[in-house]
Design a protein around this ligand. Structure first.
Ligand code: 2AM
Length: 175
Protein backbone atom coordinates (compact mmCIF):
# COMPACT_ATOMS: atom_id res chain seq x y z
CA UNK A 1 0.00 0.00 0.00
CA UNK A 2 1.57 3.28 -1.12
CA UNK A 3 0.66 5.25 2.02
CA UNK A 4 1.84 2.69 4.57
CA UNK A 5 4.97 3.35 6.61
CA UNK A 6 8.03 1.15 6.21
CA UNK A 7 10.02 -0.16 9.17
CA UNK A 8 13.59 0.77 8.24
CA UNK A 9 17.15 0.57 9.50
CA UNK A 10 20.68 1.26 8.29
CA UNK A 11 23.14 -1.58 8.66
CA UNK A 12 26.32 -3.22 7.46
CA UNK A 13 25.55 -6.53 5.75
CA UNK A 14 27.93 -9.39 6.41
CA UNK A 15 30.15 -10.65 3.60
CA UNK A 16 28.75 -14.04 2.47
CA UNK A 17 31.72 -16.04 3.82
CA UNK A 18 31.39 -14.44 7.26
CA UNK A 19 27.62 -14.90 7.26
CA UNK A 20 28.11 -18.57 6.44
CA UNK A 21 30.57 -19.11 9.32
CA UNK A 22 28.35 -17.34 11.85
CA UNK A 23 25.23 -19.11 10.64
CA UNK A 24 26.99 -22.46 11.06
CA UNK A 25 28.13 -21.51 14.56
CA UNK A 26 24.57 -20.52 15.46
CA UNK A 27 23.34 -23.82 14.06
CA UNK A 28 25.55 -25.56 16.61
CA UNK A 29 24.07 -23.54 19.47
CA UNK A 30 20.36 -23.77 18.67
CA UNK A 31 20.17 -27.36 19.91
CA UNK A 32 20.98 -26.11 23.41
CA UNK A 33 19.19 -22.76 23.41
CA UNK A 34 16.23 -23.34 21.14
CA UNK A 35 14.98 -20.17 19.49
CA UNK A 36 14.83 -19.01 15.92
CA UNK A 37 17.88 -19.08 13.68
CA UNK A 38 18.31 -15.94 11.59
CA UNK A 39 18.62 -16.64 7.88
CA UNK A 40 22.19 -16.59 6.63
CA UNK A 41 21.50 -13.95 3.97
CA UNK A 42 19.82 -11.66 6.48
CA UNK A 43 22.74 -11.37 8.92
CA UNK A 44 23.68 -7.73 9.52
CA UNK A 45 25.02 -5.23 12.02
CA UNK A 46 22.63 -2.35 12.70
CA UNK A 47 24.01 1.21 12.79
CA UNK A 48 20.76 3.15 13.11
CA UNK A 49 17.21 1.95 13.65
CA UNK A 50 14.61 4.34 12.22
CA UNK A 51 11.40 2.47 12.94
CA UNK A 52 8.39 3.46 10.86
CA UNK A 53 9.13 5.94 8.08
CA UNK A 54 6.27 7.24 5.89
CA UNK A 55 6.69 6.07 2.29
CA UNK A 56 6.54 9.67 1.08
CA UNK A 57 9.81 10.41 2.93
CA UNK A 58 11.75 7.61 1.24
CA UNK A 59 13.11 9.76 -1.63
CA UNK A 60 14.42 12.27 0.92
CA UNK A 61 16.02 9.46 2.92
CA UNK A 62 17.73 8.13 -0.21
CA UNK A 63 19.04 11.62 -1.09
CA UNK A 64 20.36 12.05 2.43
CA UNK A 65 22.18 8.71 2.40
CA UNK A 66 23.65 9.47 -1.03
CA UNK A 67 24.91 12.86 0.18
CA UNK A 68 26.86 11.46 3.13
CA UNK A 69 30.53 10.79 2.70
CA UNK A 70 31.23 8.17 5.33
CA UNK A 71 34.45 6.20 5.70
CA UNK A 72 34.93 2.47 5.15
CA UNK A 73 35.19 0.75 8.46
CA UNK A 74 37.11 -2.26 9.73
CA UNK A 75 34.88 -4.77 11.50
CA UNK A 76 36.13 -7.52 13.77
CA UNK A 77 33.70 -9.98 15.34
CA UNK A 78 35.41 -12.21 17.83
CA UNK A 79 32.94 -13.28 20.47
CA UNK A 80 29.56 -14.84 20.92
CA UNK A 81 27.19 -13.74 23.64
CA UNK A 82 23.68 -14.05 25.02
CA UNK A 83 21.51 -11.22 26.30
CA UNK A 84 18.90 -12.21 28.86
CA UNK A 85 16.83 -9.06 28.45
CA UNK A 86 15.93 -9.75 24.82
CA UNK A 87 16.82 -13.45 24.53
CA UNK A 88 19.20 -13.13 21.64
CA UNK A 89 22.42 -14.94 20.85
CA UNK A 90 24.79 -12.59 19.03
CA UNK A 91 28.25 -12.20 17.56
CA UNK A 92 30.07 -9.04 18.58
CA UNK A 93 33.29 -7.30 19.42
CA UNK A 94 35.38 -8.18 22.49
CA UNK A 95 37.17 -4.84 22.27
CA UNK A 96 35.67 -1.37 21.81
CA UNK A 97 35.24 -0.63 18.12
CA UNK A 98 35.83 3.14 17.83
CA UNK A 99 35.64 3.28 14.02
CA UNK A 100 32.34 1.44 14.02
CA UNK A 101 30.95 3.63 16.81
CA UNK A 102 32.08 6.77 14.96
CA UNK A 103 30.38 5.59 11.77
CA UNK A 104 27.12 4.93 13.61
CA UNK A 105 27.35 8.31 15.37
CA UNK A 106 27.99 10.23 12.13
CA UNK A 107 25.09 8.50 10.41
CA UNK A 108 22.74 9.03 13.34
CA UNK A 109 23.71 12.69 13.60
CA UNK A 110 22.69 13.27 9.98
CA UNK A 111 19.44 11.35 10.53
CA UNK A 112 18.61 13.42 13.61
CA UNK A 113 19.33 16.68 11.75
CA UNK A 114 16.94 15.62 8.97
CA UNK A 115 14.24 14.56 11.43
CA UNK A 116 14.43 10.81 10.78
CA UNK A 117 15.58 10.05 14.33
CA UNK A 118 14.60 11.67 17.63
CA UNK A 119 18.08 11.45 19.06
CA UNK A 120 21.38 9.64 18.82
CA UNK A 121 21.70 6.32 20.60
CA UNK A 122 24.91 4.55 21.45
CA UNK A 123 25.29 1.38 19.39
CA UNK A 124 26.55 -1.85 20.89
CA UNK A 125 27.79 -3.44 17.67
CA UNK A 126 26.40 -6.94 17.29
CA UNK A 127 24.96 -9.38 14.80
CA UNK A 128 21.86 -11.18 16.02
CA UNK A 129 22.14 -14.91 15.26
CA UNK A 130 19.26 -16.41 17.27
CA UNK A 131 16.07 -14.86 18.63
CA UNK A 132 13.83 -16.12 21.42
CA UNK A 133 16.69 -18.23 22.71
CA UNK A 134 16.98 -19.66 26.20
CA UNK A 135 20.29 -19.38 28.05
CA UNK A 136 22.68 -21.44 25.90
CA UNK A 137 25.15 -22.20 28.68
CA UNK A 138 28.81 -21.71 27.84
CA UNK A 139 29.24 -20.48 24.29
CA UNK A 140 32.01 -21.70 22.00
CA UNK A 141 34.91 -19.41 21.05
CA UNK A 142 34.42 -17.48 17.83
CA UNK A 143 37.47 -17.44 15.53
CA UNK A 144 37.85 -13.73 14.70
CA UNK A 145 35.95 -12.64 11.59
CA UNK A 146 37.45 -9.49 10.09
CA UNK A 147 36.62 -7.46 7.04
CA UNK A 148 36.48 -3.92 5.76
CA UNK A 149 32.87 -2.82 5.34
CA UNK A 150 32.52 -0.86 2.13
CA UNK A 151 28.77 -0.41 1.85
CA UNK A 152 26.04 1.24 3.84
CA UNK A 153 22.75 -0.64 3.47
CA UNK A 154 19.23 0.63 4.00
CA UNK A 155 17.00 -2.30 4.91
CA UNK A 156 13.36 -2.93 5.53
CA UNK A 157 11.97 -5.15 8.26
CA UNK A 158 8.84 -7.14 7.37
CA UNK A 159 6.82 -8.78 10.08
CA UNK A 160 5.68 -12.26 9.17
CA UNK A 161 4.04 -15.16 11.00
CA UNK A 162 7.48 -16.61 11.58
CA UNK A 163 9.06 -13.41 12.93
CA UNK A 164 10.64 -10.56 11.02
CA UNK A 165 12.51 -10.83 7.77
CA UNK A 166 15.00 -8.24 6.56
CA UNK A 167 15.34 -7.00 3.01
CA UNK A 168 18.10 -4.67 1.80
CA UNK A 169 16.45 -1.97 -0.32
CA UNK A 170 19.37 0.34 -1.18
CA UNK A 171 23.16 0.46 -0.89
CA UNK A 172 25.71 3.28 -0.92
CA UNK A 173 29.50 2.97 -0.98
CA UNK A 174 31.60 3.94 2.02
CA UNK A 175 34.78 5.77 1.02
P1 2AM B 1 18.54 -6.65 17.21
O1 2AM B 1 19.06 -7.59 16.19
O2 2AM B 1 19.47 -6.41 18.34
O3 2AM B 1 17.16 -7.00 17.66
C1 2AM B 1 16.00 -4.88 12.52
O4 2AM B 1 15.02 -5.09 13.47
C2 2AM B 1 17.30 -4.49 13.14
O5 2AM B 1 17.11 -3.30 13.90
C3 2AM B 1 17.85 -5.52 14.10
O6 2AM B 1 19.25 -5.56 13.94
C4 2AM B 1 17.49 -5.00 15.46
O7 2AM B 1 18.44 -5.24 16.47
C5 2AM B 1 17.44 -3.52 15.24
N1 2AM B 1 16.46 -2.90 16.09
C6 2AM B 1 15.16 -3.21 16.21
N2 2AM B 1 14.54 -2.39 17.08
C7 2AM B 1 15.49 -1.54 17.53
C8 2AM B 1 15.48 -0.46 18.44
N3 2AM B 1 14.38 -0.05 19.06
N4 2AM B 1 16.63 0.18 18.67
C9 2AM B 1 17.76 -0.20 18.06
N5 2AM B 1 17.83 -1.22 17.16
C10 2AM B 1 16.71 -1.88 16.90
Amino acid sequence: VAASPARLFFALWLPPAVAQKLHRQAGGIVGKSGGRLMREESLHLTLAFLGDVPERRLPELHRLAASLSLPRVPVRLDRLGFWRHNHIVWAGCGEAAPDLSALAAALQKALVAAGFLDGERAVTPHVTLLRKAAHPGELPALPAQEWSAGELVLARSWRTDRGSTYEPIARWPLH
